[in-house]
Design a protein around this ligand. Structure first.
Ligand code: BTN
Length: 299
């Protein structure tokens, strides 16, 4: 109500509208202030001056019951998996202010300092487990599109799950799936986006939006815009032409790459993404090879 009005609202009006006592109103105001909302007591009323950039559930009015915010947890992947096993509905979102044990692909850790955006979306798509990879590709496409639209930055997709700006990593994605027989129970897509944090101090090949734009930006607005876009794509996960959309945002195709797996390394020109999400490389001898997983280095 304070945000909608933009003006002073009296304690009396708030109390009548919400059906609670004025003392309760005052207590709620105190809690909002503690959470970072700047609310000025004005006469016998209150006025909202500013809101913190914290992704509290109520900041997403259309999906507040699906958003779970934690100031600090081990990893949004852990929490989302627990909730998904307890029947969290499709498109539940776990978001953290910071993570004490954030994890990345290939058993790496994901440094999750204040200022970044760390979240996991639980999907329950009616697809076979072999199509699970499409969910992560869809997330990459949505995030690249969101960053392009909001900030006019040219975000490119690095196979399989990274987003780069000017060759530096701005976003990493991780997916975890559980299936029962031939049906996916859930796919959790975890996304770490460098927003107002300073990843380059630890990893020179990383960059944040703040560093690119030279000012801070709103994490909650990015999350809201991303979720709207991503929800649209995930409604038709099996039907969407994700391969050509991925290619459109690719920072991998037409580049010489080296792909390292636990057992092998492949080198060549990335010439295509096949319908299964495998990267097609043209090797020095002219032959083509498909790579289905691994760590990709752009040369
Ligand atoms: C990678 O680039 O290796 C993937 C990084 C994924 C990081 C995100 S942050 C939110 C979610 N929780 C985690 O512990 N990891 C993912």
């Amino acid at each position: 109500m304070l945000r909608k009005s933009g003006e002073i609202l009296s304690g009396e009006n708030l109390s009548a509208a919400l059906g609670i006592s004025r003392v309760s109103i005052w207590k709620h105001i105190r809690r909002l202030q503690e959470a970072g909302y700047e609310i000025l007591p004005a006469g016998s009323g209150y006025r909202l001056l500013s809101s913190p950039d914290t992704p509290f559930p109520w900041e997403f009015p259309e999906r507040s019951s699906q958003v779970h915010y934690y100031p600090e947890i081990t990893s949004t992947m852990d929490m989302a998996r627990d909730l998904a096993r307890k029947e969290a509905p499709h498109f539940s979102v776990v978001v953290a202010g910071r993570q004490t044990a954030g994890r990345g692909r290939l058993n790496r850790s994901w440094h999750s300092a204040d200022g970044g955006l760390y979240f996991t979306v639980t999907l329950r798509p009616a697809i076979s487990p072999v199509f699970g990879f499409r969910a992560t590709f869809a997330a990459g496409i949505s995030m690249a599109r969101t960053l392009n639209r909001m900030f006019s930055v040219k975000a490119g997709l690095k196979w399989p799950n990274d987003i780069l700006v000017d060759g530096r990593k701005i976003c990493g994605m991780l997916s975890e799936m559980e299936a029962e027989g031939e049906a996916v129970s859930f796919v959790n897509i975890g996304i770490g986006l460098n927003v107002n944090n300073d990843p380059a101090s630890l990893e020179p090949a990383a960059v944040s939006l703040k560093e690119i734009l030279r000012h801070e930006v709103s994490r909650k607005e990015i999350l809201a815009r991303f979720l709207d876009d991503f929800e649209g794509i995930t409604e038709h996960l099996e039907a969407e032409d994700l391969i050509s959309q991925w290619k459109h945002h690719s920072a991998t195709l037409d580049r010489h790459v080296k792909i390292v797996t636990r057992k092998e390394a492949y080198e060549g020109l990335a010439v295509d993404l096949d319908p299964t999400g495998a990267l097609v490389l043209k090797k020095a001898d002219g032959t083509l090879t498909r790579v289905i997983h691994g760590d990709c280095f752009l040369k």
